[in-house]
Design a protein. Structure first.
Length: 156
């Protein structure tokens, strides 16, 4: 069976609509002309009533996808893409890539200010790799210390 491309509904429309309303909207063009006006107004009134009912009694914003936190621009772009034309979605994808690169650069700059490179490198390793790194670092430090000590003895 072939899958049909049904137009996407926004999250707001999904919350404030019903199968009955969608069916009425589909029937609207097939309704005799004199009744279309009244049916169209009735559909909009039912949508308004459903919207009022949906938001009544909610202590927090039921539409919020961020749990009360501000959404990042990347979240907005990703949420908008399914509703855009192919050309606009491609442009949004490019913007998303640029924004991700900017975020990575900013994270790198922040980490350079706040930590030394060794700490940053250690944070990227799993515990086994960290232990191996500490062992080799210790061996290297011991060797360097011995070389410095022998150089000092040679100088005296």
């Amino acid at each position: 069976m072939e899958k049909k491309n049904v137009p996407l509904m926004t999250p707001f429309d999904e919350m404030t609509s019903s199968k009955t309303l969608q069916t009425l909207k589909l029937l609207l063009p097939y309704t005799p002309f004199p009744g279309q006006h009244m049916l169209g107004v009735m559909i909009r009134f039912m949508e308004l009533w459903q919207t009022i009912s949906t938001f009544r009694g909610f202590p927090a914003n039921p539409m919020s996808r961020t749990g009360g936190h501000s959404a990042s621009p990347l979240d907005l772009i990703n949420d908008f893409k399914p509703y855009l034309s192919e050309e606009d979605a491609e442009m949004m994808e490019q913007m998303s890539g640029v924004m991700q690169m900017m975020e990575m650069v900013q994270m790198t700059q922040n980490s350079e200010k706040n930590t030394n490179p060794m700490d940053m490198m250690m944070s990227m390793m799993n515990p086994e790799q960290q232990e191996m790194f500490r062992t080799y670092n210790s061996m290297f430090s011991d060797t360097m210390n011995q070389m410095e000590h022998s150089e000092k003895e040679d100088d005296t």
